[in-house]
Design a protein around this ligand. Sequence first.
Ligand SMILES: Cc1cc2nc3c(=O)[nH]c(=O)nc-3n(C[C@H](O)[C@H](O)[C@H](O)COP(=O)(O)OP(=O)(O)OC[C@H]3O[C@@H](n4cnc5c(N)ncnc54)[C@H](O)[C@@H]3O)c2cc1C
Length: 483
Amino acid sequence: MRTDGEPTAAKRVVGVVGGGIAGLTAAYRLSQAAQQQNLPLDLKLLEATDCIGGLIQTTTENGFVMERGPDAFITIKPWAFQLCQDLGIADQLISPNPNFPRSFIVRAGKLYPVPEGFYLMAPTALWPFVTTPIFSWRGKLRMAMDLFLPPSVPDTDESLEDFVVRRLGREAFERMAQPMIGGIYSANPKELSLKATMPQFLQLEQRFGSIIRALVETMSARRAGGVRYSIFRTFPAGMRTLVDRLVQTLPSNSVQTKTTVIGLRRQQGEDGGQTLPEWEIHFDDGQSLAVDAVCLALPAVQTAKLLTPLAPEVAKLLKTIPYASLATINLAFERSQIGHRLDGMGFVVPAIENQSITACTFSSLKFPHRAPEGKVLLRAFAGGALQQDLLERSNPDLLESVLSNLRQLLQIEGNPIFSRTTRWTASPQYHLGHLDRISQIETGVSKINGLELAGNAFHGVGVPDCVRSANQAAEAILRHLFS
Ligand SMILES: Cc1cc2nc3c(=O)[nH]c(=O)nc-3n(C[C@H](O)[C@H](O)[C@H](O)COP(=O)(O)OP(=O)(O)OC[C@H]3O[C@@H](n4cnc5c(N)ncnc54)[C@H](O)[C@@H]3O)c2cc1C
């Protein structure tokens, strides 16, 4: 506490640009530190649209709770869960329905359960693997060869496709790894860097010599069909709860929506013995804001635009991170319209099946409170790097193609009660060389005082990864300003 005669420390101002989960978390961490450590810090969160949350968008209509973007986060990467704990909302979190801990995969236009014990690309349980119709006998034998193949040279940046084909064969890749893993990243697996996305598989290969042996040894305690559903969490009212709580905790007037940042300028110097703020942030309405530090929590292409005059080399590298477009289509049905038992969380569709959808979540079966009694909410995905052309269709045409797939796969009769299509150009593609590119970007940014980057373009696309990047950005800014 200040005593009389002690000079008042000048307030430092931080501008956080981008109101997605990364920007919100950075702003929250900064304001939390200011409160807890009594730091003289003012904060502005600047968001281009009229809506905070970025890709996290939950809407409720007629009793259906629809996720337009993420529908849950994982807890094995602890940062999002930790954030919920710090916000005092962790006790509200819910897990997927334990009655249906499995998903399906499409083969020849039909749904089959992912064999029990199968983890993303390889089996860990013998009998379900031997009996599944998802793979041919030849494919199964080729997968078993993984037990005898030597490991690769460590530290190579191999694509997901090359890795899986080398270890487990083409069929394992086409029928399982492509839809299961490529789907998470909306990516072309031929270009997706395994080291940047799933480095654990490379480490397991080096340690155990075989992916199957590694998974059997490390996963035997937690078997499940495809993924471990108990690691997912969301809120009864959807992911929006996290965004709303973050906004609630920020100081009043610190969040400014409908403000597109179009320029960043560094200014240095002193005015009458006072150190000037180092940065000026320029908005699209001609206004500007002087700040001492900036956190850019934006898609890479937006960050690149702002950094072009300041750090052209960094901007050039940021521009090389491509983004894929995708659409989510929420569809509301009467339960009686759907012939399938819906006894799972949803299904994925291998690209070789040539369907219009890449996956579909049985949203109201996966989580409670998503649809009124007697009704069902489905969420289909379309697009991604392998099917960009599909997104050139109009919304009604896209919906018709999606519905024709769903009618056949889930034995659906008639039209949905309603549907909502959301289009995103939002999936950063971690192509081969991604980690080297990011390391060069980070080296470039570290030379610019008072600038930090956060968000999904760098070290992981999941909500927990974005939270972690924001934690780190906030810590770096606090160090810069107050130590
Ligand atoms: C369909 C879909 C489903 C997903 N599902 C999951 C899931 O289930 N679990 C999971 O963990 N992850 C999931 N993800 C990934 C995860 O949602 C995202 O990676 C994460 O939300 C990105 O957060 P962010 O803050 O980095 O970026 P964003 O959410 O994109 O936020 C960036 C913000 O910056 C704003 N902005 C842009 N330019 C400017 C500017 N010039 N000035 C001011 N503001 C600007 C934008 O309007 C936006 O609000 C999913 C992603 C998608 C697209």
